[in-house]
Design a protein around this ligand. Structure first.
Ligand code: GRF
Length: 195
């Protein structure tokens, strides 16, 4: 049984779908939900779902990224994760942290990578006049948002879309894609999944 730790920064809707998917014959189970923000609503959601939680406030480390990560590593390593899922986690991780979990740390990004790495992906897709948008699950590498792609889900861009309406449509696709990719990944299947 694979042990999965999930890192969040906010509401945790992706985390909740991942946790809810890991039941029955699923080869993985959630062992920890951790956040860089003690006030993240996702921590309450995780606790309500029966998953142990941890919070390490990155603001306590005044920009010392390595010190923040050292503090985060304590509860994380104690959970003995086989797989780490970044789900709405909004801190950039150092190469040292990423290397420690190389090949077993996943992230979901709200664009069809390699387009629109970084932030404000929906506004940028709309500004470019794209006819479609979507989300990507990829392996995390030291360079932001460019690791090997494990899966993508596409959604249409509609004429009257705003960044918020597009974000909502993409988020619903994330909730379908991430659980599907995690299950395959936990089963050892690395074939790219396109929804
Ligand atoms: C959302 O913008 C989502 O697109 C991205 O992270 C943000 C928060 O997601 N992956 P969540 O509800 O905290 O999972």
């Amino acid at each position: 049984m694979k042990r999965v730790a999930i890192l969040i920064s906010g509401g945790g809707s992706n985390m909740a779908r991942l946790v809810e998917s890991m039941t029955g014959a699923h080869p993985a189970r959630p062992v920890l939900v951790a956040s860089n923000d003690p006030a993240a609503a996702g921590l309450d959601r995780a606790a309500a779902l029966g998953v142990p939680t941890a919070a390490v406030d990155h603001r306590d480390f005044r920009g010392d990224r390595a010190a923040f990560e050292a503090a985060l590593l304590a509860p994380l390593l104690a959970a003995r994760p086989d797989i780490i899922c970044l789900a709405g986690f909004m801190r950039i991780l150092t190469p040292g942290f990423v290397h420690r979990f190389a090949g077993r740390m996943l992230n979901i990004h709200p664009s069809l990578l390699p387009r629109y790495t970084g932030l404000q992906t929906h506004a940028r897709a709309l500004a470019a006049g794209d006819g479609e948008a979507g989300c990507t699950v990829h392996l995390v590498t030291p360079v932001l948002d460019v690791g090997p792609i494990l899966g993508q889900a596409r959604v249409p861009v509609l004429p009257d879309d705003t960044p918020d309406t597009l974000a909502a449509r993409v988020l619903a696709a994330e909730h379908r894609l991430y659980p599907a990719v995690l299950r395959r990944f936990a089963e050892g299947d690395r074939a790219r999944l396109d929804l």
